[in-house]
Design a protein around this ligand. Structure first.
Ligand SMILES: CC(C)(COP(=O)(O)OP(=O)(O)OC[C@H]1O[C@@H](n2cnc3c(N)ncnc32)[C@H](O)[C@@H]1OP(=O)(O)O)[C@@H](O)C(=O)NCCC(=O)NCCS
Length: 150
């Protein structure tokens, strides 16, 4: 069973470890801690059968939501953890009356692209050379939360 809850200071050790295992430029402890508090941000943790399995961050400015990171521990992948986090963040974004949630994903990251597309995000553009280590383009993906008047 997957449960979603806010990240707590006690999560910092495993969050740092997972960042280091998963990304070539991991977030620092200070960055993760900073994402946990503040009026315009949240960091959610997914627990699978009682164990921390993944996390997702969001910050917002006016009615725009920006995903900071999404990650599932390697041993818990393909069990719906990222999907549950995205659903929970989307629910919160609707409560906050945001117009959209957007993110960047490495052009080669087929797994992440696939989960975001499955959750309703669309490709809306490319940021050339956005990433380092290795240098790579970012695909911008956006989930629109409101009907656009035409
Ligand atoms: C991308 C990532 C977050 C997905 O997490 P997850 O918990 O495994 O995702 P889910 O189980 O919710 O997957 C939902 C769907 O996404 C797609 N998907 C997920 N991983 C996939 C993969 N490796 N290959 C192809 N499709 C994939 C599938 O359609 C999957 O549904 P299915 O398992 O029923 O086929 C995870 O692989 C990860 O943490 N990767 C390393 C960090 C990273 O790249 N983060 C994103 C940065 S932008």
């Amino acid at each position: 069973m997957i449960e979603i809850r806010p990240a707590l200071p006690d999560d910092l050790d495993w969050l740092c470890k997972l960042e280091e295992e998963s990304f070539s430029l991991p977030w620092t402890r200070e960055q993760l801690e900073g994402q946990m508090s503040g009026e315009n941000k949240l960091l959610l943790v997914a627990q699978l059968d009682g164990r921390p399995a993944g996390y997702m961050g969001l910050y917002w400015v006016l009615d725009e939501g920006y995903v900071t990171n999404v990650c599932t521990s390697a041993e818990y992948r393909r069990r719906g953890v990222a999907s549950a986090l995205i659903n929970s963040v989307t629910e919160r974004a609707r409560e906050l009356d945001l117009s959209f949630i957007t993110l960047e994903v490495r052009a080669s990251n087929a797994a992440a692209h696939s989960v975001y597309a499955k959750m309703g995000f669309n490709d809306v553009g490319v940021r050339p050379g956005y990433y380092e280590k290795p240098a790579e383009d970012a695909v911008i993906m956006t989930l629109y939360l409101k009907e656009v008047e035409r």
